[in-house]
Design a protein around this ligand. Structure first.
Ligand code: C5P
Length: 234
């Protein structure tokens, strides 16, 4: 079994605020850029197939610098992304299709705490015949729906609710045709790839995600990730 990997890193990271280091995937945590941590996990994975990294056209130099700070080497094709995450993924999928890989994992560069056990769980589900695999964790908090004025309207049952993570994993032909169809139909706003599979009628299987597999979205998340890695190396 081997699996291609698309790492999406073309976002501007606006919710994390401005930084001289560039978008959040290039910010330093534990002494190295976020994306260097993420890529190192894949670089050392036994089932790693071809890799495509999707970046913003302005970030070529940032990526080169970040790759120099990896602990391991990784061969990768670099392509430019689009205006939304969905369009960036599509660019990555078109590039990885040229390698002939049968399976693909799509992962956010800003989730540097993914681990090999999760990659193996996802890989096993693909090998077992799943067309689309979603790592997710059951929602722990009590959920409320509230209006913009802050007034709670209702409590939403958390039974059967999951928080979606990446890497989301697919048979390449299935996810590529779903993505192409979504783009052709004018949609560009899907926030993850499982939802495109759902939209296309492809069954999506949930596997147990990883509580630690945080997505770094806000400045606060980057600070927490940095503290966590600094503690580990003390
Ligand atoms: O913005 P958000 O946090 O949802 O981004 C998730 C991932 O998608 C990030 O790794 C980001 O770099 C990537 N992305 C992208 N192209 C975009 C927007 C986001 O590759 N246009």
């Amino acid at each position: 079994f081997s699996c291609g990997v698309v790492i999406v890193a073309a976002g501007r990271g606006e919710r994390a605020g401005q930084s001289a280091e560039g978008p959040k995937q290039y910010r330093t945590i534990g002494g190295r850029p976020v994306i260097a941590h993420t890529l190192d996990i894949f670089a050392t994975w036994a089932a790693l197939g071809p890799v495509v990294i999707v970046i913003h056209q302005d970030d070529e130099e940032l990526l080169v610098a970040a790759r120099k700070q990896m602990l391991h080497q990784i061969d990768a094709t670099v392509v430019h992304g689009g205006a939304t995450r969905q369009l960036s993924v599509l660019a990555g999928l078109e590039a990885i299709a040229a390698t002939g890989t049968k399976y693909v994992m799509i992962h956010d560069a800003v989730r540097p705490f993914v681990d090999h056990s999760l990659l193996d769980r996802c890989g096993a589900a693909l090998e077992g015949g799943a067309q689309a695999v979603l790592p997710a964790v059951a929602v722990a908090d009590t959920l409320k729906r509230a209006k913009a004025d802050g007034l709670v309207q209702e409590t939403v049952s958390r039974n059967d609710l999951y928080a979606a993570q990446t890497p989301q994993c697919f048979r390449l032909e299935a996810v590529l045709s779903a993505h192409r169809a979504a783009a052709t139909s004018g949609r560009a706003d899907f926030t993850d790839d499982a939802s495109i599979a759902e939209w296309a009628g492809i069954p999506v299987v949930v596997v147990e995600g990883l509580a630690d597999n945080l997505k770094l979205t806000l400045q606060r998340d980057i600070s927490m990730a940095d503290e966590r890695l600094s503690r580990q190396t003390m």
